[in-house]
Design a protein around this ligand. Structure first.
Ligand SMILES: *[C@@H]1O[C@H](CO)[C@@H](O)[C@H](O)[C@H]1NC(C)=O
Length: 285
């Protein structure tokens, strides 16, 4: 019937599909929050934004289907603020994960993580004693360190093989002592400290062969958590930027179609003509 309404409906439907992508990103982050990242509040903004887009695009879709101008207005109005929120969130995600990364270690396949490479709000959050108590017990419960054990045909992994491994930031920071300490490899989570420590890194004294302790109190572990967060947040941000671009395109199309709709309503003498004609015909009957 009316081209603009169909277009608004289509745009809303596509926006609805986008909201599923954003929600998926939030849910992926929260599943990571429970096993690898161990930080449980960062996925909520994403889930809230995704759910808002979902609800408001359904409202817009209904508005287009039932030609309800109020719902269309509501859609355009609320969507504007959602787009602003998403832009703010993307900037925030980049800003808090701006600094830091792993440092390469000579003759090792893995990177090592140093708290001094990180700064800012997220670092202060992770380092905070209260938060760290939760995060470190989450890492312990996730069993990420015990799961590192590997053996080949029943032979436990040797030091040489371990050196070539690629470790995740948390595995590298939390499950083994820093290489600088000069401890000797026994297995993935046990290191011979009898030779004494070489480095001056405070983490060397924090390391424990107690399988419940390991390096969970080390600064390297905090840095590993930050490194892990940085990776997963960057992945989500890439998805968010793509979603944002489509969202803006759909929004602009929706706005144009809505204006076009309004103009047609105003220009068209159709509605009035029909009404004035209808009245007498009823009277005649
Ligand atoms: C390393 O050895 C200790 C002591 O034997 C053991 O408790 C621990 O589970 C081992 N670590 C791995 C990852 O297999």
């Amino acid at each position: 019937m009316r081209f603009s309404n169909h277009l608004i409906g289509l745009v809303n439907f596509l926006t609805f599909l986008l909201s599923i992508v954003i929600l998926g990103g939030g849910i992926w982050l929260s599943s990571r929050a429970n096993n690898t990242d161990c930080l449980k509040f960062l996925q909520w903004p994403l889930i809230v934004i995704g759910a808002s887009i979902m609800v408001i695009s359904l409202a817009g879709f209904a508005g287009a289907c039932y030609r309800n101008t109020f719902l269309l207005w509501l859609y355009l109005f609320v969507m504007f603020f959602i787009i602003v929120a998403l832009i703010g969130f993307i900037i925030f995600a980049y800003a808090v994960t701006d600094k830091g990364g792993g440092r390469p270690v000579t003759n090792k396949g893995y990177l090592e993580y140093y708290l001094s490479d990180y700064s800012g709000w997220l670092r202060d959050r992770v380092v905070d004693n209260q938060y760290w108590a939760d995060i470190s017990s989450c890492i312990r419960d996730s069993k990420v360190c015990p799961k590192m054990g590997r053996s080949f045909n029943g032979v436990p992994e040797t030091s040489a093989m371990f050196s070539m491994r690629k470790l995740s930031p948390i595995q590298s920071g939390c499950c083994k002592p820093p290489t600088d300490c000069g401890y000797v490899y026994v297995n993935e989570t046990e290191w011979d400290t009898s030779g004494g420590m070489i480095g001056t890194d405070a983490d060397c004294t924090r390391w424990s062969n107690d399988q419940q302790q390991l390096c969970y109190q080390c600064d390297s572990c905090k840095a590993g958590v930050l490194g892990s967060l940085k990776r997963s947040w960057r992945k989500v941000s890439v998805i968010n930027i793509v979603v944002l671009i489509f969202l803006v395109i759909f929004y602009v199309i929706g706005c144009a179609a809505f204006r076009n709709n309004k103009r047609m309503d105003n220009d068209e003498p159709y509605g009035e003509a029909r009404m004035t004609k209808a009245r007498p015909s009823r009277i005649h009957m």
